[in-house]
Design a protein around this ligand. Structure first.
Ligand SMILES: [Zn+2]
Length: 146
């Protein structure tokens, strides 16, 4: 997979262009052992030159596998940026523009600081509690005779 998204400004269609594809997971440069990107940073973008500015707008998606900060279980989630927008200076001398860093920042901004597997994850303690609490079995046994 590509590790950079570079727009060839000098040769691009003046009517604008659509860019779509995926960048390699290494683009994110995450060194968090509990959160790992996979399957690439997917983008669907429209780019257009307006005078001396290149405007970029579209959608981004990145899958992650993470360790839940409450219960410690692995789970997958997707960071979606449905309204990515950025502008870049482009004068008549600009030939290439690298959009990679803006894409990366946008995904990282939308990445939760403490990922949880689900909103109501009970966490480690209560999960262990219900598993070892045998009083409920006693109640079950009491009612089995009926
Ligand atoms: Zn959890």
């Amino acid at each position: 997979m590509e590790t950079k998204l570079i727009v060839d400004v000098a040769r691009m269609d003046r009517e604008g262009e659509e860019l779509s594809g995926a960048l390699d997971d290494s683009v994110l440069e995450l060194d968090d052992p509990y959160v790992k990107p996979f399957a690439g940073l997917r983008y669907e973008l429209g780019v257009m030159l307006f005078g001396r500015e290149l405007l970029v707008r579209g959608r981004l998606e990145q899958d992650f596998t993470a360790v839940c900060s409450r219960c410690g279980q692995d789970f997958d989630f997707t960071v979606k940026v449905p309204d990515f927008a950025a502008s870049f200076e482009a004068d008549e001398k600009t030939q290439f523009l690298d959009l990679t860093e803006e894409l990366r920042q946008s995904i990282l901004l939308n990445l939760p600081t403490y990922p949880v597997c689900r909103v109501d994850c009970p966490g480690v303690e209560s999960a262990a509690e219900s598993a070892t609490d045998s009083r409920w079995d006693v109640l079950d046994n009491l009612t089995k005779g009926h």
